[in-house]
Design a protein around this ligand. Structure first.
Ligand code: HEM
Length: 319
């Protein structure tokens, strides 16, 4: 690293200066992890909205022609109006994501980083983060899977996105460790719940729906799950049931047996997911902390003298 490198410095700041002096404000929106921008006790969370938005943005990818992928095209109304993108979580997500983006950190990079922040702050492992995504200037082709589609369609859809059947089982389980299904968006899957702690009537995928853990798998394997896409009264929309069971439950059993396997599998799959970008887009190396970092440097000419002002962020100290 040779100073100055504006893009690298901005990506590094977005990645590591999350709280405190000179911070780039993304992490405060998920502290605590059940925070939701619009209401308390809603059953919703920013964390879940961010993960779902990142996936729906990426799920348009077509491995055959390199179109689609994580490029923030879901910020366009045309994509949000599609039935595959029902719900207001996408617009909600772009409020903090736009705050975190700037002339060097694009909206797509900030969206990818939002997923990284959720995983790391809400119970998962540290994730590698690369920058350099390019923001789409127009909507992508449709392609997000929907609950009423059959298993063959889901396998084909994930293959088009670059994922095997085993990847698909893992990625759905990893995503569905957060959040749930809302009555407003999917009234035929979830009824009204009349719960003052869940005013937006969200039937959650597992009992720890604002925490990254393998309960989505343990509860599924033990048969105690209340996941509305597994035990929903309309079997046609039980897509998690079809997907999780599609290899005789082998993958779900292994994810249920080992929290550490669940964590490492999700880290790998989420990383591949956010690094799925349109062909021709070159991602940076993994962003690592710059040991000694100049910031806000100014050169001024006053009273016939040249003055240098600025700040230096010293190396991090282990506590
Ligand atoms: C066949 C594949 C999938 C289907 C059919 C599916 C279906 C759904 C449905 C119907 C909802 C409810 C949305 C709402 O009520 O607002 C949902 C929520 C969610 N999905 Fe998926 N999903 C799939 C794959 C994934 C994947 C791969 C991820 C992430 C890697 C993911 C992440 C999420 C998250 C985090 C939520 C919770 C949103 C919230 O609570 O606000 N989903 N999914």
């Amino acid at each position: 690293y040779t100073w100055p490198s504006p893009t690298l410095e901005a990506l590094e700041a977005a990645r590591f200066d999350q709280l405190g002096f000179n911070s780039v404000q993304l992490a405060p929106f998920i502290q605590p992890c059940n925070a939701f921008l619009f209401a308390d006790n809603s059953g919703r969370s920013n964390a879940a909205d961010w993960i779902r938005t990142a996936y729906h943005d990426m799920a348009t990818y077509n491995v055959a022609d390199g179109t689609g992928g994580l490029d923030a095209s879901i910020r366009f109304g045309v994509e949000q109006a599609r039935s595959e993108n029902v719900g207001d979580g996408f617009n909600n997500t772009f409020i903090p994501v736009l705050i975190a983006s700037n002339r060097y950190v694009g909206v797509a990079d900030a969206l990818a980083l939002a997923l990284v922040m959720v995983v790391e702050n809400c119970g998962g492992l540290e994730m590698p983060f690369r920058g350099g995504r390019i923001d789409a200037t127009e909507p992508n082709a449709p392609g997000v899977p929907e609950p009423q589609q059959d298993l063959d369609s889901h396998i084909a859809s994930f293959a088009r996105q670059g994922f095997t059947q085993t990847d698909m089982i893992g990625l759905v389980a990893c995503g569905h460790t957060f959040g749930g299904v809302q009555h407003a968006a999917f009234p035929t899957i979830v009824g009204e719940l009349n719960d003052p702690q869940d005013t937006q009537d969200v039937a959650h995928f597992d009992t720890t729906f604002v925490h990254f853990d393998n309960n989505v798998a343990t509860e599924y394997v033990s048969g105690t799950t209340q996941n509305p896409l597994v035990v929903g009264f309309n079997d046609t929309t039980n897509s998690d049931k079809q997907i999780f069971g599609s290899d005789g439950n082998a993958t779900m059993r292994s994810l249920a047996d080992s929290p550490s396997l669940f964590s490492s599998t999700c880290t790998e799959l989420f990383t591949r997911m956010i690094d799925t970008v349109p062909s021709g887009v070159q991602l940076t190396d993994v962003i690592t902390p710059i040991p000694i970092k100049p910031a806000n440097v100014e050169l001024t000419l006053a009273n016939d003298s040249i003055n240098v002002f600025g700040q230096v962020r010293p190396p991090a100290v282990e506590h």
